[in-house]
Design a protein around this ligand. Sequence first.
Ligand SMILES: [Fe+2]
Length: 304
Amino acid sequence: MAIMRLGRVEVRCPNWEKSIDYYKRVIGLIETAREEDRVYLKAWDEHDHHSVILKKADSAGLEHLAFKCEFSSDLDLYEQKLNNYGIDTERVPAGTRIAEGEAVRFTLPTGQIVELYNQVEVVGNGLALVNPDPWPDGLLGMHPTRLDHLLISGEDVDGAIKIFTDIFGFHVSEQLVAGEKNDQTIAKWLFKTNTAHDIAIIKGPQNKLHHFAFWLDEWVELRNAADIMAKNDVMIDAGPTRHGVTRGTTIYFFDPSGNRNEVFCGGYITYPDSPTITWTEDTIGKAVFYFERELNERFITVVS
Ligand SMILES: [Fe+2]
C-alpha cells in the first residue's frame, strides 16, 4: 500500500482567460484537455494526463489536492484505514473529470479536500522510452519538469499531520515550533517520496492554500524564471532566494487569479530514517528566507 506522489491540484481561477494563458505560456504547462469550466494541464516531464486542473470560479483557492497510489487496491485499504480512524470518505466515480479513474475523497481537519487515486490516463512526456533525448522541442516559459509540493493552512495542524503520518506513512522532514518548550507546531514539512517535502501544513486560516510549487532542475533556471516573470509583469512575492527549511532555492509569485505559485529547485533528498530538523520561532526569518532573514508581511498574510 503506497501513496507514490502528489498527483494533482485543482485550483479555482476567477480571472479565467488570463489564468489559462499564464499557466500555459508563462509557466509553460501543456494543455491536455478542456471542458467549459476546467482546463487540464501537465508539466512536460510528467507522464500522466494532468497534474494541474484550472477551475472556472468566482474566487481563488484550492478545489482539491490528490495523491496517486501505486495500486488500485490501495484505495480500498486507505478507505478502510480512514474509516477506522473515524474519518468519513466518499467515492468519486471514474469519469467525474476527464481522464481520471475512481478516487477516494475525504476532508482534512485543516479543511482541504484530498483525493486518493490510482487510475489516470497516461500520455507520456513527449520523449521516446527507448534512446530518448533529454527534453522535447517546443517548451514554453519556465517549463518546470513537474508539480512538486504544496503548502496548505488550517487550524488543526497537528490533527492533519497525524493523518499523514499515521495513516499514509509520511515522515516529517522539518518543523517550525513555538512555545517555551518548543512544543507548539507552527508548521511541518512532510515527505512520502524522497524529496525534502511533498506537502507542508502551517497553522493559519482554515481551508486555505498558501502556494503550490513546480520543480526546476537548476538554480540558473530560477534566474530565467525571474526574467520571465518580469517580462510578463507577474507579481513576485519573494525571491529568488533560498529556504533554510529544505535548503531549496525559490521564487514565490502570484497567478492572475491570486493563487500563489512557487518555483522550487534543489534541497536534499530524504529517506524514511532521515531525522526531523527543528527550527525555533525566533529563527523563522532564516527558516523561510535564508538570505533575507525576515518574512514579508504579504507572505504571512495572503492565502487563497
Ligand atoms: Fe514551497
